[in-house]
Design a protein around this ligand. Structure first.
Ligand code: PDD
Length: 285
C-alpha cells in the first residue's frame, strides 16, 4: 500500500485519500491511467508514458488538468514521499465529479487526478523471470479501442482471475480471427525457431506498450529480426521462446501456454538477454 497519495492538489495519508462518490471514474470508468516503473527512485520512460496519457485523454475528450511537467513533478514527489526505490507509480485522471448522467457534464468540470506509488520486491520479480511464467488464452471480449489506456478494465480483471485460477500468471486474449491480441495487462511476444521476434502491430486492438516500444530499440541494437504481425496460439505453442512486456514486468519469459511447454520449458536465452539489456535503452528521470 502506498502511504501517501496525491489527490486533486494534496498529498494525503492513504487512509484519508478519497474521491467523491459522484466521480465519473468511480461511476462510469470514465478515465484513463498510466503505470510507470520506478528504479533507484527514478521514473523509467516517463516522457513516453506522459505522451500516451495525453493521447488517451484527447481520444476521450477529457481535458488535461495541468501541464505535463507538473504531472511529472507530482509523480516524482509521490515516489519520494513514499520512499519508493523499486516499484511503480500509478497515475489516474478521470473526467471529474458531476451528478450522474451518462453524457458528458454540460458545464465543464475539473478532471480528477490521483497519483500513488508503491514498492515492489525486486527479488520476487527476478525470481519469476528466472523460472518463467505460464499463460492461458481466452476469447477477446474487450471493446475495439483498447489502444486507449482507460480504467475500464473489467474484461482484463476477469481474464487475469481466470488465469490465476488455472495456475497461470497472465491471460492472452484471442480475437475472432484466432489471433492473439495481447495479455490482460501486458503485450504478447513470441520468438520463432528461426529467430524472428514477433508481436502484433500496435493497432486499436492492443495497447501500444511503452515497454514494447523501447524493446524495439533493443532488438535493433542487438540486430534481432522483428516481425510486427499477428500470431495464433498454435504458432505460439510451437515457438522457440515467448515472453510478455509491461512496465511492471519489463520482459517476463513465458514457459507454458495453455498447458503446452514452450521450448525446453525454461526461460529462453534471447528473452533473458532482452530483459538484461532493457534498462540500457530506457530513459531515466
Ligand atoms: N499494464 N497491454 C495492456 C492491456 C496493459 O494493461 C499493459 C500495461 C500493457 C503494457 O504496456 P506498458 O509496456 O506501457 O506498461 C499492454 C500496466 C502495467 C497495468 O495495467 O498495471
Amino acid at each position: 500500500m502506498s502511504r501517501f497519495a496525491y489527490v486533486n492538489g494534496r498529498y494525503l495519508p492513504s487512509r484519508d485519500a478519497c474521491v467523491n462518490v459522484e466521480d465519473r471514474g468511480y461511476q462510469f470508468a470514465d478515465g484513463v491511467y498510466e503505470v510507470c516503473e520506478v528504479r533507484g527512485g527514478r521514473l523509467v520512460d516517463a516522457p513516453r508514458h506522459l505522451a500516451r496519457l495525453q493521447r488517451s485523454l484527447s481520444e476521450l475528450r477529457i481535458a488535461m488538468p495541468m501541464p505535463l511537467v507538473s504531472i511529472e513533478f507530482i509523480m516524482h514527489e509521490t515516489v519520494r514521499r513514499n520512499r519508493v526505490d523499486y516499484g511503480l507509480v500509478y497515475l489516474q485522471i478521470t473526467r471529474g465529479v458531476a451528478r450522474r448522467d451518462h453524457a458528458f457534464p454540460v458545464t465543464a468540470v475539473k478532471p480528477s487526478i490521483v497519483v500513488t506509488a508503491k514498492n515492489l520486491s525486486y527479488e520476487k520479480n527476478q525470481a519469476a523471470a528466472k523460472s518463467g511464467i505460464a499463460v492461458i488464452t481466452t476469447p477477446e471480449n474487450r471493446w475495439p479501442r483498447v489502444d486507449i489506456k482507460s480504467v475500464s478494465l473489467l474484461p482484463n480483471v476477469l481474464a487475469k482471475q481466470q488465469a490465476k485460477e488455472k495456475g497461470a500468471s497472465e491471460a492472452w486474449f484471442v480475437d475472432r480471427d484466432g489471433c492473439v491480441t495481447e495479455g490482460s495487462s501486458s503485450n504478447a511476444w513470441i520468438i520463432t525457431r528461426d529467430g524472428r521476434v514477433v508481436t502484433r502491430p500496435a493497432d486499436n486492438y492492443i495497447l501500444s506498450g511503452i515497454t514494447r516500444a523501447v524493446l524495439m530499440n533493443v532488438l535493433e541494437a542487438l540486430q534481432l529480426r522483428l516481425e510486427e504481425r499477428a500470431f495464433t496460439p498454435e504458432e505460439s505453442y510451437d515457438a522457440a521462446e515467448a515472453f510478455i512486456t509491461s512496465a511492471s514486468q519489463i520482459v517476463m519469459p513465458v514457459i507454458k501456454i495453455d498447458d503446452r511447454i514452450i521450448g525446453d520449458g525454461k526461460p529462453g536465452s534471447v528473452s533473458q538477454r532482452l530483459r538484461d539489456e532493457f534498462h540500457r535503452f530506457a530513459y531515466f528521470s
